[in-house]
Design a protein around this ligand. Sequence first.
Ligand code: PEP
Ligand code: MN
Length: 341
Amino acid sequence: MLVVMQATATQADIDRVCTAITEMGFQPLPMPGAQRTTVGLVGNDRRVDGSHIEALPGVSEIIYVSSPFKQVSREWRAENTIVTIAPGVSFGGTDVPVIAGPCSVENEKQILQAAQVVRAAGAVALRGGAFKPRSSPYSFQGLGKEGLELLKLAKAETGLAIVTEAMDDDGAQLCAEYADCIQIGARNMQNYSLLKTVGKLRKPVMLKRGMAATVQELLLSAEYILAEGNDQVILCERGVRTWDPSSRNMFDLNAIPAVQKLSHLPIIADPSHGTGVRDRVPPMARAAVAAGTDGLLIEVHPDPNRALSDGAQSLFPAQFTDLMRELGPIASAIGRRIAAL
Ligand code: PEP
Ligand code: MN
């Protein structure tokens, strides 16, 4: 439930509404706006009776949020939420930032080369996993804290913002110290205790769609993070698993406009995991920009044939440079711009 205050409402009117919500056993969330304040009621999982609040002085109207996700919904907040992960790197506005880099941080030379290549091509953020969720326990698991140190070094050398995945609570605390944005991977989209942990951190979070998750489940997972007080959430479409072995996943482009209609949170596209096949990444990246994505996540490796993870879907540096050149005109055709540092 949302209580929309009149433009002329006083602070005392707002406080009175907050008290009434608290007395009902819920939590009031005042949200000052340019024109007027709205007060959200959080903590309910079904419709509550707000008729006595409607009668309080200074109240303009009550809006009942019909979707199961509340704070994430467009009903709750009509304008786009802009998530800024570093100075000049914002998701949800006109600019379309590109996050690029290898699947995993492998060693100093590899990550510094990757950072320089993607920076020169126009990416504004560097990705790279230090903690890797691998299907096999015998596959490369990531460098852990050493990988985070290397990302910090790459940031110092290039100025790129850093996005990296956390797989558990301790990892999330550690990633928050090093990264500008914490990635929650597809396998952890429904790890609700981890979602609560990153909800308590004051760090932007990039939440990837689970490989068998519906759009509604993705938004409900985001709600866990917002419910803990962190509204700096970027959603990510990374493909869903289907019956068809011709691609690693089925990249669900329609999720982008679908999410943008349902939610004020930015949504970005990851055509690398979405296809799993290098040569399909540029066409799907171009399509995602045309579809209105709020950003891109692209795996790029200085030497994909030697990559310790996801080499088959990682672009060669020259492919990424060409792709970045192609994206500009597509973005400008729909009134957007590929973000530049
Ligand atoms: C990744 O970004 O490297 C990754 C593991 O992605 P996902 O969680 O989408 O599989
Ligand atoms: Mn990967």
